[in-house]
Design a protein around this ligand. Structure first.
Ligand SMILES: Cc1cc2nc3c(=O)[nH]c(=O)nc-3n(C[C@H](O)[C@H](O)[C@H](O)COP(=O)(O)OP(=O)(O)OC[C@H]3O[C@@H](n4cnc5c(N)ncnc54)[C@H](O)[C@@H]3O)c2cc1C
Ligand code: SF4
Length: 568
């Protein structure tokens, strides 16, 4: 029998990127919030520059929730299961994955909100590729802009604006949607390598710019500026220069005295009453079961856990899972195609052994709909991104570009000579939801508590393949213009578990095709909300987190302003 706790206004499941942002506007509005977080608080001493621990062993060792419930994968419903990775790099701690993420903090492009209508307008209805279930978002970029702005200021984003209220600045991204004002901090500094790549982009007639990062380029809100020592790709920041919600919005929300953080609390199900309203959540802490009653439940445990929690929460009112009477939970799932990379070998050292992966230079000429697709057979594109970051184990894993064997003394000599002479570009490409791609519960594989893990049935389809080929060619062109003596493309692989997952509880006005409404609240359960990229219906050509955080703030703002209606 679960111990029933005192009632609260809002319970948030997971205090990561999205949940960790939402608690601030909720508590500032005076609502009492209980944040249930599966992980613990981590301290600066936990953020050591340890590549083996951070990148290969899946830390923190204390709570390995994400690693114990890695989703299974099969490319199609009739294909055998893919090999299951031993770890999943999402974090279980207060602050979630913002503790050790790269902190690239991109806004989506206006086109990403209107893929269907803009494609029809510019190229005709036949150009929406077949089998894809993409819809326009229920609102445009303008509607989210004020929330992007709020999050950028609260977590601290460094960057160079390219479009302030329609005035274009070529030092920034000339393709970005209009911003109300500049970034709160100037961009992170460049390096010799990124300056060289920026020059090469200019020689091709492209407009390179420094990417936005939730990393302090100088002292900001009483947190230190970045010291560019690196090792924070999957490692936390020991001086709190990275704007994790653990050092920004969550402590600020705690200072309102309206936030109670409960750590090592593993939420297992959302409870509902006979009327189909959420009544609270069940969780396990230290082997004891608790019930946290709440007027509103906000699920924010990352895409796979959001979907899993809803599917595990069956009841007479929702026999197929919570908010799933229309069969949409798990649908419109996709993972961002970050594969199909390009590596390059240069004739001299690049000095990329220091710095961080958010310290880079981008080109957006070939992203989204920034170029004419009239003569092409795909929609969307990719953001080209090169960055500074080199760690010993990763460096030793470099390609030999066909110039040396992959073992023995010749291999060792090649790596010794070239470990600082290569770079791999990070190419994020448009990925769209497809009717054959979805999440559900694995019928066989369970987590240690006996709950089914998420099963991914998904693969890249035609549009993703065509975008990838096109973007890789552009990247080869860029590397060659910078003097690369060899380039190498990797394959696309399949849509296995990822750190850039989207959909599964998509947002939209139509309850027949979407789980949550335009405010992030369930169409079927009025006092249940979902936070995170699981509500996003398109990916754009860039990382998801800032958009997920802006959406979380917008949901929280709506809840606070309409509390009586939402809480019933
Ligand atoms: C190495 C790495 C680098 C990345 N770099 C970038 C980047 O540069 N830019 C970018 O935009 N994105 C990046 N990402 C992706 C980014 O981290 C995610 O998009 C983002 O963190 C997702 O936010 P979220 O709140 O949904 O999940 P998370 O931030 O992972 O937070 C979810 C929280 O919920 C908790 N939780 C889960 N289940 C339960 C449960 N049942 N009960 C209680 N608590 C629970 C977890 O412990 C966690 O703290 C990166 C990810 C990784 C792993
Ligand atoms: S490189 Fe910057 S953000 Fe990364 S850990 Fe060091 S100080 Fe922190």
């Amino acid at each position: 029998m679960a111990t029933e706790l005192p009632r609260t206004n809002v319970v948030v499941v997971g205090l990561g990127a999205a949940g960790g942002v939402a608690v601030l506007p909720l508590t500032q509005a005076g609502l009492d919030v209980v944040g249930l977080e599966a992980g613990a608080w981590l301290a600066p001493a936990d953020f050591s520059p340890d590549e083996l621990r951070n990148n290969y062993r899946g830390w923190p060792q204390s709570v390995q929730k994400a690693n114990r419930e890695v989703p299974t994968h099969r490319p199609t419903a009739s294909a055998p299961a893919s090999p299951r990775p031993a770890i999943h790099p999402m974090m279980n701690a207060v602050g979630g994955t913002t503790l050790h993420y790269w902190a690239q903090s991109w806004r989506l492009h206006p086109w990403d909100f209107k893929v269907v209508s803009e494609t029809r307008r510019r190229y005709g209805a036949a150009r929406i590729p077949k089998g894809y279930t993409v819809e326009d978002w229920p609102f445009g970029y303008d509607e989210l802009e004020p929330y992007y702005d709020k999050v950028e200021v609260e977590i601290g984003v460094s960057g160079q604006a390219g479009n302030i209220r329609g005035t274009i600045d070529k030092r920034g991204n000339v393709f970005e949607g209009p911003r109300a004002r500049a970034y709160p901090m100037p961009p992170l500094r460049g390096t010799g390598f990124t300056d060289m790549m920026a020059g090469a982009a200019r020689s091709l007639g492209w407009n390179p710019f420094p990417g936005p990062a939730a990393v302090n380029s100088g002292r900001y809100q009483n947190r230190a500026g970045c010291v560019y020592h690196g090792f924070c790709a999957r490692g936390g920041c020991h001086v709190s220069a990275k704007g994790s919600t653990a050092v920004t919005t969550i402590p600020k929300a705690q200072r309102t005295k309206h936030l109670t953080v409960v750590t090592e609390a593993h939420v297992t199900t959302v409870a509902v009453n006979a009327q189909g309203r959420a009544t609270g959540v069940n969780y396990l802490k230290g082997g004891t079961e608790y019930f946290q009653p709440a007027d509103l439940v906000l699920v924010a445990g990352y895409v796979y856990e959001n979907v899993r929690l809803l599917l595990l929460s069956t009841s007479p009112a929702f026999p197929k899972g919570l908010s799933n009477n229309h069969g949409q939970v798990g649908r419109h799932y996709f993972s961002h195609n970050q594969q199909s990379t390009v590596s390059a070998l240069f004739p001299r050292d690049l000095n990329a052994w220091y710095g961080l992966p958010a310290q880079g230079v981008a080109v957006d000429e070939w992203a989204d709909d920034n170029f004419d697709h009239g003569g092409l057979d795909f929609i969307g594109g990719g953001n080209l991104w090169v960055y500074s970051d080199r760690r010993p184990i990763a460096a030793a894993g470099m390609s030999t570009f066909g110039r040396a064997p992959r073992w023995g003394s010749q291999w060792k000599a090649f790596v010794k000579a070239n470990a600082d002479r290569w770079n791999t570009a990070y190419l994020q490409k448009t990925t769209l939801p497809h009717e054959e791609n979805y999440l559900d519960l694995d019928p066989v594989v369970k987590d240690p508590l006996g709950f089914a893990v998420c099963r991914i049935t998904a693969d890249y389809k035609d549009n993703e393949r065509k975008v990838a080929t096109f973007i890789q060619d552009k990247m080869v062109e860029w590397f060659k213009a910078a003097g690369a003596i060899a380039t190498e493309k990797t394959g696309m692989g399949t849509m296995g578990p990822t750190t850039h997952a989207y959909g599964g509880t998509r947002m939209g006005d139509n309850p027949e095709t979407n789980v949550v409404n335009r405010w992030g609240l369930s169409h079927e359960v009025p006092n249940l909300g979902v936070l995170g990229a699981s509500v996003m219906g398109t990916s754009g050509s860039r990382n998801p987190t800032l958009t997920a955080q802006a959406l979380a703030w917008r949901t929280a703002d709506y809840v606070a302003k309409n509390w009586k209606t939402v809480a019933g």
